[in-house]
Design a protein around this ligand. Structure first.
Ligand code: PEP
Length: 555
């Protein structure tokens, strides 16, 4: 009989990106932990401290405005308006009267306003909250004498071995500034939030929603911990090693990226990747086909690229070179979602909240500059790799026609004659009703199931329930859209990386599965062993409940 292993068990979470990993924990405290515990001085004295902090922040914002492009000046100006807003002053006054010291009063006031603004029916307030909160954080940093973001980044940078980052939540923009961790554990966060997707694409295991603070806080800085991707469990580490131990690609011969199914059909397996380094590493063992490169992350890392075509050509070129001559990369045009937000993406405040073709129509310079850079990168650095450009958030044939005309015009202007394919994402339910009409002018469709599902069930991506994946209406819609499609249909949403859904997507006609690095090998194995004759769609379409569908898919 085997001797039972006794190791410290810390907690359980949802594995948003599979794979095992271990490393020393770096715990990033939430912002409220930075608040001083000191006794309050008199209300007047605390008010004076706050007023001084606000003045310094206003001064900083005013100085920073100089020489910035118009959209940034506009944002900095609004941040100053916010810091002088009577709503903020009133909330601060309430907190001071309740006896809180200056930083705590400001923190609490910002929490109250966050709720008010983000739940407001007014688009302007909702969309501007990110900027307002940022201005509030600047004052808080001044009052505390430390920068919250810099302090967190410094802890990760100085952790030595590749650490496991443990945090309540983590913004994608902050993650993009850190060195790659071995893994991430979040008390909150959602499995299809953009931080989870970013990490998954880099093959970094991530556990989210680990639940109660008490369990979560048993992990302290420097504890060596081990994450088990399959079970979502976190233990004390058996050995001190920081490499990902479960998600790596096989060594030896370079794998082809097409898989011949048992019935002779050929499907392609591609990678969702957001950086050249991951693509390069993958390319050591595989012929590379990137099915989704989210270009907004490139810009979030370095917003100045947006207005610098020469440097963006170099950045796209690096990605194409990483894919190699026989590879292909599907670049998705800029897609600005709430949690991939940067004020730099908008030249006019009124454009915030626009997405897809509406955004491209409103921001023609950014739109055309991006397409030009992509063709130019293919000319200068592509050396035969296939360039694929994909438009997100397409709703109607008119949306697609608008993007396609711009692609054709820029291709002609650039003189690029290499391999090129133009496609669109299907991630808004209304697109499913026009796929058939659009297919004559589309080289490929790509199913964005992360967004598609959220729009069908009307939920935010950070509040998923495991059962949502089995929503009957979702499958009926997919079937309706795809039943007469002759073009390539890819899937780049996370459902394509879950083996239980593979037979169904094959039956629906998907021929290209684009998945995060951590899921690549598992999906490849499953596709090679799958029985492609399995038929479940008809029965599934008759099912009325999520439970029935779950059982059918899992059995
Ligand atoms: C791949 C998708 O796009 P994103 O996750 O970037 O919104 C999707 O919605 O499935």
């Amino acid at each position: 009989m085997q001797k039972a292993e006794r190791r410290v068990f810390y907690l359980h979470g949802i594995a948003a990106s599979s794979g095992d990993a271990s490393g020393p924990a770096v715990v990033l405290p939430p912002v409220h932990r930075f608040l001083p515990e000191r006794e309050s001085l008199s209300v007047d004295q605390e008010r004076q401290l706050l007023e001084k902090g606000i003045e310094q922040a206003l001064d900083h914002l005013r100085r920073f405005e100089e020489g910035q492009p118009e959209p940034i000046r506009e944002m900095l100006h609004l941040q100053q308006v916010f810091l002088r807003d009577p709503q903020l002053a009133d909330e601060i006054e309430i907190q001071l009267a309740a006896g809180y010291n200056a930083p705590t009063a400001l923190f609490r006031a910002l929490e109250v306003l966050k709720k008010r603004f983000t739940e407001s029916a007014n688009d302007f307030y909702r969309q501007r909250w990110v900027d307002f909160e940022d201005a509030g954080r600047t004052v808080l940093d001044i009052l505390l004498g430390v920068s919250y973001e810099e302090t967190c980044l410094e802890r990760v940078r100085t952790a030595g071995d590749r650490p496991v980052v443990v945090a309540f939540d983590l913004a994608p923009a902050m993650y993009l500034k850190m060195p790659k961790p071995a893994a991430i554990i979040l008390r909150d966060g959602g499995p299809s939030g953009h931080l989870a997707l970013l990490a998954a694409n880099q093959g970094i295991p991530i556990l989210v929603r680990t639940g109660p603070a008490a369990e979560f806080e048993r992990i302290s800085d420097g504890n060596w911990i081990e994450i088990h991707g399959e079970t979502g469990a976190v233990y004390e580490a058996r050995e001190r090693m920081s490499d990902v131990i479960g998600a790596s690609a096989p060594t030896g011969v370079r794998e082809d990226n097409s898989i011949t199914l048992a019935d002779g059909r050929v499907v392609r397996l591609s990678l969702n990747a957001d950086d050249a380094e991951t693509i390069r590493e993958h390319g050591l063992h595989h012929r590379v086909s990137v099915g989704l490169f989210r270009t907004e992350f490139l810009y979030l890392r370095d917003t100045s690229l947006l207005f610098d075509e020469k440097r963006s050509v170099a950045a796209y070129g690096e990605v194409m070179r990483a894919a190699g001559q026989d590879g292909s990369v599907t670049f998705r045009l800029l897609d600005v979602d709430e949690d991939k937000f940067s004020a730099h993406f908008f030249t006019k405040p009124g454009n915030r909240g626009l997405r897809g073709a509406d955004y491209y129509r409103a921001e023609p310079e950014i739109f055309h500059a991006q397409i030009r850079s992509l063709f130019q990168a293919a000319i200068e650095h592509g050396s035969g790799a296939e360039l694929r450009i994909m438009a997100p958030m397409m709703r109607t044939p008119e949306d697609w026609q608008f993007v396609l005309s711009a692609l054709q015009a820029e291709q002609e202007r650039s003189g690029y004659e290499g391999p090129f394919r133009a496609g669109m994402m299907v991630e808004i339910p209304s697109a499913l009703f026009s796929m058939e009409r659009m297919q004559h002018s589309v080289d490929f469709f790509s199913l964005g199931t992360n967004d598609l599902l959220r729009y069908v069930i009307g939920k935010s991506r950070s509040q998923p329930a495991p059962d949502d994946l089995y929503e009957p209406a979702f499958y009926r819609l997919l079937f309706h859209g795809m039943r007469r499609i002759k073009r390539e249909v890819s899937i780049c949403g996370m459902m394509g990386a879950r083996v239980e859904f593979l037979p169904l997507f094959l039956e629906l006609g998907v021929t290209n599965f684009s998945v995060p690095l951590g899921a690549y090998e598992t999906v490849r194995q499953r596709l090679m062993s799958i029985d492609p004759q399995q038929r479940m769609l008809r029965a599934l379409l008759r099912m009325q409940s999520r439970a029935e569908i779950r059982e059918a898919l899992q059995s």
